[in-house]
Design a protein around this ligand. Structure first.
Ligand SMILES: [Zn+2]
Length: 276
């Protein structure tokens, strides 16, 4: 049973951007660029900031050219602390643990044309030993964006959080082909095949922590959004423990998402912290 919340696509995108800042705004960019002129009120003031240029994962507006598509995307080309990266030979071990406390709520899901996104229920939090964050949303990439010892995985989930000071923290979870993953079932059963409005699925309770490994040992490094505008200063935490998903589940996600992974970026002077 699907209830369409009374938001059109623009409002959905804007709502997302207001809650999540520039990163999520980018994820919804293509829809907004098409609709911003015809629906500039009542949030019209905000729409000036969110002038978005179309980007994709292939061809002339693909990752190699993101930096030139818009002044706002310059960091995609000139940034020196970009994501994703290959997680190899971490330096120091982290001495702080990651803790999460996510809340359950009715599944809120939509397809923004770049990924399938699930909005979090209120009261979902994460602490990385430095800051408290609130979970905003999670979404998926096929194949994975991060690699481990240059090995790419078929799926990566990103849990996007924001701290009170506006700083972003993301947890990445890698999936390998294996056993059926029950936690993915509600996502796959309700995943919009095409660009969609926000669907609130009454009767389907979802807790994002079901898609986290029980042992949250993580690689840590400082990186960026993996989509335009590629803003830096994002605290990355990529789980060392990989979760399974069946080939049918992976195929179903790929069929909707296509290839939506940015290539790995140079590590430069950054230090990767080992899973603790
Ligand atoms: Zn992502």
């Amino acid at each position: 049973m699907i209830e369409y919340i009374g938001l059109n696509r623009f409002q959905t995108a804007l709502r997302t951007s207001l809650f999540a800042g520039v990163d999520l705004l980018a994820l919804a960019a293509c829809e907004r660029s098409a609709e911003v002129s015809e629906d500039a009120s009542p949030e019209g003031a905000a729409s000036h900031e969110v002038k978005a240029v179309h980007w994709s994962y292939a061809g002339e507006d693909g990752p190699e050219n993101w930096g030139g598509l818009s002044e706002d995307y310059a960091a995609c080309a000139t940034g020196t602390a970009q994501s994703p990266i290959d997680l190899t030979q971490p330096g120091l071990a982290s001495d702080t643990a990651l803790s999460v406390d996510y809340a359950s709520g009715p599944l809120e899901i939509f397809n923004n044309g770049h990924t399938v996104q699930i909005n979090s229920a209120p009261g979902s939090t994460m602490n990385n030993g430095e800051k408290d964050y609130v979970l905003l949303q999670l979404h998926f990439h096929t194949p994975s964006e991060h690699t481990v010892d240059q090995l790419r995985f078929p799926l990566e989930a990103h849990f996007v959080h924001r701290a009170d000071d506006g700083g972003l923290g993301v947890i990445g979870v890698l999936f390998e082909e294996g056993a059926h993953n029950d936690a993915l079932s509600p996502v796959l059963a309700n995943m919009p095949q095409d660009v969609s409005e926000l669907h609130k699925i009454d009767g389907v309770d979802f807790n994002p922590s079901d898609l986290l490994p029980a042992d949250l040992a993580v690689y840590r490094y400082s990186g960026s959004l993996t989509t335009p505008p590629c803003s830096e200063g994002v605290a990355w935490h990529v789980a060392a423990n990989v979760l399974p998903a069946s080939s049918d589940q992976l195929n179903a996600l790929r069929a909707v998402l296509g290839e939506n992974a940015r290539p790995v970026q140079p590590i430069n002077q950054r230090e990767i912290t080992a899973p603790n």
